[in-house]
Design a protein. Structure first.
Length: 230
């Protein structure tokens, strides 16, 4: 634990809960549906996921607030809070609708091999409802929107840190970290129900990228604190 706190401030350690649960997606606490397709467990853990995400994101905002206000960029901070809150709540809502759409299929509730269940899940989730009069089904067209919103939030956080850093190597690393987060998220979304090997690789990429972002958030936060003291 001491070695970890030498890299990341103890106040930011709760943030690491997010990449941790992504490494064990079958717990049902991941942002994405679990590879084992135990959707009932995923739905029952819905509120627990929301609480976990709030706990993990709170230290991020706590560290970002003095950074943003110190540069006179409080509007960016407010927008970030709104975006992350919208993504968390929106994901909880649309995933419940998406999973209900899958479990309402008669074939899903029959005794079929896992490979066919996997193919059925992919077919149902990738088919977009067109009935604009059915809100319950129409909302799942935007199932990917919360993930895209979090991607925008990650870009904004990276931009805040990038502007605050003076060292060009650190600036370049921030861009690399952002690329890892984006690539990891896109990769998980595309492979979690298809190729378990690639899924693991992309989860590790996302975890390393997120961990790097938290590291630089702590570094910039310390810099801001020292500047305020001086």
């Amino acid at each position: 634990m001491e070695a970890l706190t030498d890299i990341i401030p103890s106040s930011l350690l709760p943030c690491l809960a997010l990449p941790f649960v992504e490494l064990f997606p079958n717990l049902g606490l991941s942002w994405w549906t679990p590879p084992n397709l135990k959707l009932e467990q995923y739905v029952s853990n819905g509120m627990l996921r929301v609480v976990l995400q709030i706990i993990a994101w709170y230290p991020v905002f706590e560290a970002l607030l003095p950074i943003c206000t110190g540069t006179g960029d409080s509007n960016t901070f407010s927008l970030l809070v709104i975006l992350v809150a919208a993504a968390i709540v929106g994901r909880y809502f649309v995933m419940k609708k998406q999973i209900k759409r899958v479990t309402d299929v008669t074939l899903w509730n029959s005794n079929i091999p896992f490979e066919k269940r996997q193919a059925l899940f992919t077919a149902v989730t990738y088919s977009k409802p067109t009935n604009i009069n059915d809100f319950e089904r129409l909302c799942v067209r935007y199932e990917s929107m919360p993930s895209k919103i979090l991607g925008v939030a990650a870009c904004m956080i990276s931009n805040v840190l990038h502007n605050k850093l003076d060292n060009e190597d650190d600036k370049t690393k921030i861009l690399g970290i952002l690329a890892m987060i984006v690539i990891g998220g896109i990769g998980i979304n595309g492979t979690r129900h298809g190729n378990i090997g690639l899924d693991i690789v992309f989860r590790c990429v996302l975890g390393l990228g997120y961990g790097g972002l938290i590291y630089y958030l702590g570094k910039v936060s310390d810099m801001t604190l020292l500047e305020s003291i001086n």
